[in-house]
Unconditional design. Structure first.
Length: 405
């Protein structure tokens, strides 16, 4: 793994992209902490707040291929800078527009658009074009770990700010925190010459997209990633409420989210390293199958703080570690010229799943009083995701050639 970062330009490109993702994903993945305080303050109801966050999941996905296409054509700097400014604006406006429609606009549209524009598709696409092929797997793992680091860092800080400043003060503080990514974007996009020529890949963006959707392996990848989005959005939105239903303090939820982020740092780096050694489809199948097993164990276990922490650690190992192998398969199938767009489309499928995970969780808790049926759905979808990845037509890993002297 460390050989991938011997070139200083590769190392710094990876670290800058990782730092940006730490901030944009760290704040976004902490939004579940606000559901209870906003509901208490406004009386909107969990279902209405869940709908706003579910819309945000969907919009975050819709913007991925759009932002990726813009970055593929115009370069990533303007896209990333605009995204961060929109993300900060959405957070800043939320306390002023705390009606159901207001939350759908600020959290569901504005901040979600900004977060999506400064997220995986643009960052991984921009980095891949500046990093040699043999280093991309390890680099994508470290970049992805940046988002996990954000999930480890931000929830305890934001939970404490909510307790001290109230949810409005914490939201404004979060808006200011997102601006810390601006200098990192300027450094990432300054003075780099891509390793891959701009002419590489498909003749046109539209041709690349059309050909990709004729590829059965690409469609199967979308189906598996849909499930990943369902899991993640359900948990980041509703885990604090699940903790509350079990009679445990809010700190258990914030630390559980943080543990997920910490564990996923390990999982992302390991997954990135495995991409260069094993077929990515097998990595993905194993990850999804492990989620089904973990949820079964969680349902059988006593609902204590320790159970939540162990559950979080187990899930965290695969949380967003699905990104490096998924991006790796897309790059193998179609090259890196339009990776931002084509990987962005898989993220759209991920976030369609995210919409259903966040919104259906709100409906189920409103109707049933608990999340039992959502956990069952999680198990079934995880098993199906493991199975649909196996038929993907992925070239075997080539063993490095040994020179005989």
């Amino acid at each position: 793994m460390f050989k991938a970062f011997k070139d200083p330009s590769v190392l710094w490109t990876t670290l800058f992209a990782s730092g940006i993702l730490m901030i944009t994903m760290g704040t976004r993945q902490s939004m579940g902490l606000y559901v209870g305080p906003i509901n208490t303050s406004t009386g909107l109801g969990i279902a209405s707040i869940s709908l706003a966050l579910a819309l945000g999941q969907f919009v975050w996905g819709v913007i991925q291929p759009v932002a990726g296409a813009l970055a593929d054509r115009q370069g990533p700097r303007v896209v990333l800078l605009s995204g961060v400014m929109l993300l900060a604006l959405g957070y800043a406006l939320t306390p002023w527009l705390s009606t159901a429609w207001g939350l759908m606009f600020t959290l569901g549209v504005v901040s979600a658009t900004g977060s999506g524009a400064a997220s995986f598709s643009v960052l991984i696409g921009a980095s891949a074009s500046r990093i040699p092929a043999q280093s991309r797997g390890s680099a994508s793992g470290v970049i992805n770990a940046g988002g996990s680091m954000g999930q480890f860092v931000f929830p305890p800080i934001l939970q404490r700010l909510i307790e001290i400043l109230g949810w409005m003060g914490a939201m404004w503080s979060m808006a200011l925190m997102t601006l810390l990514s601006l200098p990192l974007i300027l450094r990432l996009t300054h003075g780099h010459t891509p390793f891959s020529p701009a002419s590489a890949g498909a003749d046109s963006l539209s041709q690349a997209v059309k050909s990709s959707f004729k590829n059965p392996s690409y469609l199967l990848l979308h189906l598996g990633f849909f499930t990943c989005g369902f899991h993640i959005a359900f948990l980041v939105t509703h885990l604090p409420t699940e903790v509350n239903l079990c009679g445990l303090p809010a700190s258990v939820a914030s630390w559980s989210l943080a543990i997920i982020g910490l564990a996923n740092m390990v999982g992302s780096i390991v997954a990135g390293n495995c991409v260069s050694r094993y077929r990515s489809k097998y990595i993905l199948a194993l990850m999804y199958a492990s989620r089904a097993a973990l949820i079964v164990l969680y349902l059988l276990a006593p609902k204590t703080a320790l159970t939540f922490y162990l559950f979080a650690a187990g899930l965290g190992l695969t949380w967003l570690a699905t990104v490096p192998p998924t991006a790796g398969i897309v790059a193998k199938l179609f090259g890196v010229r339009y990776l931002g767009t084509l990987f962005g489309l898989t993220l759209l499928s991920h976030q369609i799943g995210g919409f259903f995970g966040a919104y259906l969780g709100g409906l189920v808790i409103l109707r049933e009083g608990d999340y039992q049926w959502m956990w069952y759905a999680d198990i079934v979808l995880a098993v199906l995701a493991a199975l649909v990845n196996l038929p993907i037509q992925e070239a075997p890993i080539e063993e490095p050639k040994v020179q005989v002297i």
